[in-house]
Design a binder for this molecule. Structure first.
Ligand SMILES: *Cc1c(COP(=O)(O)O)cnc(C)c1O
Length: 356
C-alpha cells in the first residue's frame, strides 16, 4: 500500500446525509452477512487456548490443507500473523528482507524490531510488487561479526492489487533457499491472487516456509487471519501468539465466520475484480486522471494538479468514499455492487466535467 492514507473519516459523515454509502476505502469495511451471522451463532465452541475449540481446529486443518502446509494457527489479525511469523523465523540480531513498501515492513509499527529485536532490511519494491533478484542477493550479509544474520525473505501477494508472477515467486524463493534463508509470504489477499490467476491457493503458497492470509478483507469475515507452516513452526508461533495476547478462548464464533467465507465467498472475488475493471474503464481517459488498470480489486487513480483531495470531498458529498491524496485508491468488495460502481463513475465524471 503505497500512497494511501489510512483511517480517513467518511462513512459516518456520508451516512448522515442519508445517502446510501458506496464505501470503496478498503475491502476491510465489509459487514458479516445474515448467513454468516447464523453460522457464527450456531458454531460449536471450546477454549481454544486449551486447543478445545472444534470450529477453530477444523478451520486450521482446512486452511493448512488448502495452502499445502502442515499446520495452521488462527490469528486475530494479519499484523499479528506476520509478527508471529517474523518472530518464529528470526531471533534477536537476525534480519529479514522485505520490500520498502511491504506491509510487514512499513505498515505494522515496526513490530519485528520493537518486540523481537529483528532488523528489517528494506529493498526497493518494483512497480509490480517484486524485489529484484540482484537486490535480494546483494542484501544477504556474509557471516561476519559486523552484520546482522540475514535469515528470512518476505514477499507479498497480491501487492497493491498486483499478482506476483509465478515464475518470479519460484525464482525468488529458490534463491532464498539456495542462500539458506527461510521464506514468508504475506498473503493477506492470496485468494484474490488465486482467483485472478486461475490457480489453486496452494500453488501460490507452497513455495514458502510460512504463509499468512487474511479473512477480514475481500472474503468478508469480521475478524481473522491465519498463519500456516510446518508443525514445528506453528508450535513456535503458538507460544508467540500467546505472548502478544492473541490466545483467544471461545473463538470458534469467529472461525465459523471464516469457514462460511471460505465456502461461499472465494469464487465471488472474481465479481470484485470485474467491478474494479469496470470502474477503471469508466474513469479511463477523463481529463486530469491517470488510471492504472487493476489486476484484482484495487484501482489506483492519479489526480493531476493537486486536486485529489477536492475529488475525495466531491465524492464524499455524493456518498462515495475512497482514500488517498495524490494517488487515490478505490477498493471493491462484497458490500459494493454494480450500481454503486456506476454511481462512483458518475460522480468522478461530474467532478472532471466541472474542474478542467
Ligand atoms: C491488511 C494487510 C495486512 C494486515 O492485516 P490486519 O488484519 O489489518 O492487521 C497485512 N498485509 C497486507 C498486505 C495487508 O493488506
Amino acid at each position: 500500500m503505497s500512497t494511501v492514507s489510512y483511517g480517513s473519516a467518511g462513512a459516518a459523515d456520508a451516512a448522515v446525509s442519508g445517502l446510501d454509502v458506496v464505501d470503496l476505502r478498503s475491502d476491510t469495511v465489509t459487514r458479516p452477512t445474515a448467513a454468516m451471522r447464523a453460522a457464527m451463532a450456531a458454531a460449536p465452541v471450546g477454549d481454544d487456548v486449551f486447543g478445545d475449540d472444534p470450529t477453530v481446529n477444523a478451520l486450521q486443518a482446512r486452511v493448512a490443507a488448502l495452502l499445502g502446509h502442515e499446520d495452521g494457527l488462527f490469528m486475530a489479525s494479519g499484523t499479528q500473523s506476520n509478527l508471529c511469523a517474523l518472530l518464529s523465523h528470526c531471533g534477536r540480531g537476525d534480519e529479514y528482507l522485505a520490500g520498502n513498501l511491504a506491509h510487514c515492513y512499513r505498515y505494522e509499527g515496526g513490530g519485528g524490531a520493537v518486540l523481537g529485536g529483528i532488523q528489517p532490511q528494506p529493498l526497493p519494491q518494483q512497480g509490480d510488487g517484486t524485489l529484484r533478484l540482484e537486490d535480494i542477493e546483494a542484501a544477504i550479509k556474509p557471516d561476519d561479526e559486523h552484520f546482522a544474520r540475514t535469515r528470512l525473505l518476505c514477499l507479498e501477494n497480491t501487492w497493491n492489487g498486483n499478482v506476483l508472477p509465478a515464475g518470479y515467486v519460484e525464482a525468488a524463493t529458490a534463491l532464498a533457499r539456495r542462500r539458506g534463508l527461510a521464506t514468508h509470504l504475506d498473503g493477506a489477499r492470496l485468494f484474490n491472487a488465486a482467483v485472478a490467476s486461475g490457480v489453486a491457493p496452494g500453488e501460490i503458497a507452497r513455495h514458502f516456509d510460512s504463509v499468512s492470509v487474511c479473512f477480514s478483507k475481500g472474503l468478508g469475515a469480521p475478524v481473522g487471519s491465519m498463519l500456516c507452516g510446518s508443525r514445528e513452526l506453528i508450535t513456535r508461533a503458538r507460544r508467540l501468539r500467546k505472548m502478544v495476547g492473541g490466545g483467544m478462548r471461545q473463538v470458534g464464533v469467529l472461525a465459523a465466520a471464516v469457514e462460511h467465507a471460505l465456502t461461499h465467498h472465494v469464487p465471488r472475488l472474481a465479481d470484485d475484480h470485474a467491478l474494479a475493471a469496470r470502474l477503471a474503464q469508466g474513469l479511463e481517459g477523463l481529463p486530469g486522471l491517470s488510471v492504472k488498470p487493476p489486476q484484482t480489486n484495487i484501482v489506483f487513480v492519479d489526480v493531476a494538479g493537486g486536486r485529489g483531495e477536492a475529488l475525495l470531498a466531491h465524492l464524499r458529498a455524493r456518498g462515495v468514499l475512497a482514500t488517498g491524496l495524490i494517488g487515490l485508491r478505490f477498493v471493491t468488495h462484497l458490500d459494493v455492487d454494480a450500481a454503486g460502481i456506476e454511481r462512483a463513475i458518475a460522480a468522478v465524471r461530474e467532478f472532471c466535467a466541472h474542474n478542467t
